[in-house]
Write a protein that binds this ligand. Structure first.
Ligand SMILES: C[S@@+](CC[C@H](N)C(=O)[O-])C[C@H]1O[C@@H](n2cnc3c(N)ncnc32)[C@H](O)[C@@H]1O
Length: 294
């Protein structure tokens, strides 16, 4: 894993985090997996890797997410870089769920930390985690298996998932939008709108845009190619432009934010579930967005 030498991350934070993580243990874990064979179970020929993704390094790691090193190191590092505590921040997204979901899609699921929490919070729901990196999906699947959770992992682009219209009643994305250009975030929100049933909810958890604008230096801490664009933008405005209503952001410990939007009921006739290969067991159910909590 080649790493740039000149970022604040590499000069100051990475050495500290390295002291805290068990690098030998990670190496043993990485060596225990035939990554290419496992990734082949997920790779789909119809998934085109976008250039914004393959042309950039994320977190100073050359190759971004398309390598096993990213998948193995993501969780040990993330636990130290999401203040005040990773679980508290992720829980804020779970707590913001207002629908009773039958089917949930977690976009840019990565190693599945939020996806697992969604399945734990809504055990009856069919939960699908989608990511562009098969390496991240291999790690996510391993975590779900160890936790005894049945989650479907799918290789795909959040901009164009290939799922049918109105397939989900909750679409989420955590820590994804600060890693995508604004135009891509807008496309993902439009795709989320298409995928949701009327009355369905979208939830985006990510860095707090107000705080990032106030504290410029935060944008330099990690090598994140699109974080300035993210900080300058507005998830609220993008959600509204995608057609969502009741758009609201709330701060999560000042450093993060959760933004919620609802697909208006009036925009279309409420569609019913149509069984597909991933949901035969849901055949016959009506619209999954059958209630708003709180
Ligand atoms: C910072 S990680 C966040 C992972 C996870 N959601 C979490 O909360 O820890 C960003 C993830 O988004 C994925 N990603 C980036 N662009 C994507 C896209 N257009 N479609 C699907 N996944 C994408 C990356 O592969 C990576 O796993």
């Amino acid at each position: 894993m080649a790493v740039r030498q000149d970022t604040i991350w590499e000069r100051f934070l990475s050495p500290v985090v390295r002291l805290l993580i068990d690098e030998d243990g990670l190496r043993r874990y990485a060596d225990s997996i035939d990554w290419e064979k496992e990734c082949d179970r997920y790779r789909r020929d119809d998934v085109i890797i976008p250039s914004y993704y393959s042309s950039q390094n994320f977190h100073g790691v050359t190759g971004g997410y398309l390598n096993y090193g990213a998948a193995v190191s993501y969780d040990p590092i993330t636990q130290y870089v999401v203040p005040p505590n990773e679980s508290i921040v992720r829980q804020a997204l779970i707590d913001a769920v207002k629908v009773k979901p039958r089917r949930i899609l977690d976009l840019g699921c990565g190693t599945g930390s939020t996806t697992l929490m969604l399945k734990q919070a809504f055990p009856e729901a069919e939960v699908i985690g989608l990511d562009l990196s098969p390496y991240m999906l291999v790690r996510a699947e391993d975590k779900a298996r160890n936790a005894g959770l049945g989650i479907v992992w799918r290789h795909g682009n959040a901009e164009k998932t290939g799922f049918r219209d109105a397939t989900f009643d909750l679409v989420t994305a955590s820590l994804l939008f600060h890693e995508t250009p604004d135009a891509v975030s807008q496309a993902i929100l439009r795709e989320s709108f298409r995928l949701l049933v009327a009355g369905g909810q979208v939830l985006i958890l990510d860095g707090n845009q107000k705080t990032l604008r106030q504290l410029e230096w935060l944008n330099d801490v990690f090598e994140e190619p699109y974080i300035r664009e993210y900080a300058a933008g507005s998830v609220d405005a993008n959600m509204g432009a995608a057609g969502f209503e009741s758009v609201r952001s709330h701060d999560v410990w000042w450093i993060n934010q959760v933004t919620s939007g609802v697909k208006p009921i009036a925009t279309e006739n409420i569609r019913r579930y149509t069984p597909t290969s991933i949901d035969n067991d849901l055949e016959g159910f009506g619209s999954p967005a059958f209630g708003i909590r709180a």
